[in-house]
Design a protein around this ligand. Structure first.
Ligand code: S6P
Ligand code: ZN
Length: 185
């Protein structure tokens, strides 16, 4: 689309809200996260319709376009399945060597990272923390606090999402609450 002169700003990113032209919104309920938590019995006893997280994203160019950038905000609910904190599904990028930024706006979380050799590490998230996720590193976020965790992200439009390898192999470590503290186990 050709533009000329002073035009209306198409997107807004204010506080914890991202919105504008063509913004996309998606919701993951606990029922969508079967198989990612260790304690299947605990999950079976919970309400499948409980909202685990919501994502709002601005995708100005079609998915797969080289050279474009996306922005998103994730709102991850507090809670646990057994001893495991509510978390995002987690993914590698399909285009493996594409990187991403995450930054925390609200709440307390842990960014769990895993390289292709399955080494796992985690970075604490709290308002103001900025996280560079290098290419070839799978990423997932757990909410370790009592309130909604809100974080923003920016990633390349040709990154793509590979959920399948995480769905089948998982991460090599899990973030569990042990004696009231988050621990990678
Ligand atoms: C996209 C970016 C985030 C996640 C969101 C949900 O590359 O990493 O917007 O999509 O946090 O996580 P997931 O693992 O379910 O996509
Ligand atoms: Zn990503």
């Amino acid at each position: 689309m050709t533009k000329e002169g002073i035009v209306e700003t198409p997107y807004r990113f204010l506080g914890e809200v991202m919105d504008g032209e063509g913004a996309r919104f998606s919701t993951r309920i606990l029922g969508d996260l079967e198989g990612i938590f260790a304690d299947a019995d605990a999950l079976a006893k919970m309400d499948k319709d409980t909202v685990a997280y919501k994502v709002a994203s601005i995708e100005p160019v079609p998915q797969g376009t080289p050279g474009g950038l996306y922005m998103g905000i994730t709102y991850l609910s507090p809670g646990k399945v057994g001893a495991e904190y509510f978390m995002t599904k987690g993914h590698f990028h399909s285009n493996r060597d594409t990187a991403e930024y995450y930054w925390c706006l609200k709440g307390e979380g842990m960014l769990i990272l895993m390289d292709e050799e399955r080494n796992v590490w985690a970075e604490r998230m709290h308002p103001g923390t900025l996280h560079y996720i290098p290419g070839c590193v799978a990423h997932r976020v757990a909410n370790v606090g009592g309130d909604t965790l809100v974080f923003a992200a920016s990633w390349p439009s040709d990154a793509g999402h590979d959920y399948a390898s995480i769905a089948s192999e998982g991460f090599a470590k899990r973030l569990l609450e042990v004696n009231g503290e988050p621990k990678l186990v």
